[in-house]
Design a protein around this ligand. Structure first.
Ligand SMILES: [Zn+2]
Ligand SMILES: [Zn+2]
Length: 341
């Protein structure tokens, strides 16, 4: 089984996946698929070198099968299908004690601060594994981690049936939020400028507005009888998105900040005051968000395969990252098939 080692300086090398016997409280899984996340692209570009120890395997959106379990692990057995929740919180800091285990300042983000999933064999803390049904669609299940980001964001946005939601930015997370909002019975408008993402969102049946061609503010207020949106999700991470997010909500509406902004942005605080908006930051996920994402995957109503642009072996990881960074391909989500070579 192969492994892709991040060497630094935009380079992966391909080597053997080390089969590490699980210690107490650990389990070793054979990875089926691991999704390439925006975070992995940041790793590739060197933005996270301070948190890594190259040569290191990265990747955290993994689904696979249990190969062996360590001492004390009683709820999992070889052959079980599992998905990893890659955020290991300390459990003792003030954030954790208040239940914010998703944003523990000492968070071990597995796949960044420790070895990741772009390899065939992966030994991980067993308490972070969620068991899946034997007949689960493993390609769909490979999207559980980003889907759990979406279920977390939608839960924080308190979206309920009949709500009018606007998603600013239709990358993988925005698209998954749109699907989860629709599943909740909300009306969804997706705002996106990239032509291939506009096309995909339309294929998924969404009402899509390109704000560089259409007046999005007028559109949303027209669609809501002059009221505005109940919930706006900011997933662009741009100044244009930060400008737009305060123009769309109804009086007393909610804005959920999902994108990781690289720099401080200008935000219209007067609009937030004047119309009494609630602004909510939403990062990562907790166990219940995973449970909800798993429920949605098992239920099988979401067209998740449409978000998978390609499935490639570990040996093609270098070219895959180069294509993503170079913008050569219109990728939504690429899965690495960790068992393919
Ligand atoms: Zn991710
Ligand atoms: Zn903590």
């Amino acid at each position: 089984m192969k492994a892709a080692y991040y060497e630094g300086n935009k380079r992966f090398s391909i080597g053997e996946s080390k089969v590490i016997p699980p210690g107490p409280g650990q389990a070793r899984m054979e990875v089926a698929y691991a999704g390439v996340c925006g975070t992995d692209v940041h790793v590739f570009l060197g933005h996270m070198d301070h948190r890594l120890t190259p040569p290191q395997v990265v990747g955290h959106e993994a689904v696979g099968t249990i190969a062996e379990v360590g001492q004390g692990v009683t709820d999992l057995k070889p052959g079980d299908r599992v998905v990893l929740r890659p955020t290991d919180a300390c459990g003792t800091c003030p954030s954790c004690k208040r239940g914010h285990i998703n944003i523990c300042p000492k968070l071990n983000f597995i796949g960044i601060t420790s070895a990741g999933a772009f390899q065939g064999s992966w030994t991980v803390p067993a308490h972070l594994l969620h068991k899946l049904p034997d007949d689960v669609n493993m390609v769909h299940a490979a999207l559980i981690e980003p889907l759990a980001v979406a279920t977390h964001d939608v839960r924080y946005g308190q979206v309920t049936a009949g709500d009018f939601c606007v998603i600013l930015g239709a990358g993988p997370i925005g698209m998954l939020e749109a699907l989860v909002c629709r599943e909740k019975g909300a009306t969804v408008v997706v705002s996106e400028v990239n032509a291939s993402r506009v096309k995909l969102a339309r294929e998924l049946g969404f009402d899509v507005v390109n704000p560089s061609e259409t007046d999005l503010v007028k559109y949303v207020f027209d669609q809501t009888g002059g009221a505005g949106a109940d919930v706006v999700f900011e997933v662009t991470g741009t100044q244009a998105g930060a400008d737009m997010m305060t123009k769309l909500p109804r009086t007393g509406g909610r804005i959920v900040i999902v994108a990781i902004f690289a720099d401080p942005m200008m935000v219209d605080l007067r609009a937030i005051l004047w119309r009494e908006y609630t602004v909510i930051g939403a990062r990562n996920y907790v166990k219940e968000d995973y449970d909800e994402a798993i429920r949605l995957v098992v239920e099988g109503n979401l067209p998740l395969e449409k978000l998978v642009s390609d499935i490639r072996p570990v040996s093609r990881i270098q070219e895959t990252f180069e294509e993503i960074v170079g913008g050569k391909a219109d990728f939504m989500k690429v899965l690495i098939d960790s068992s393919a070579d």
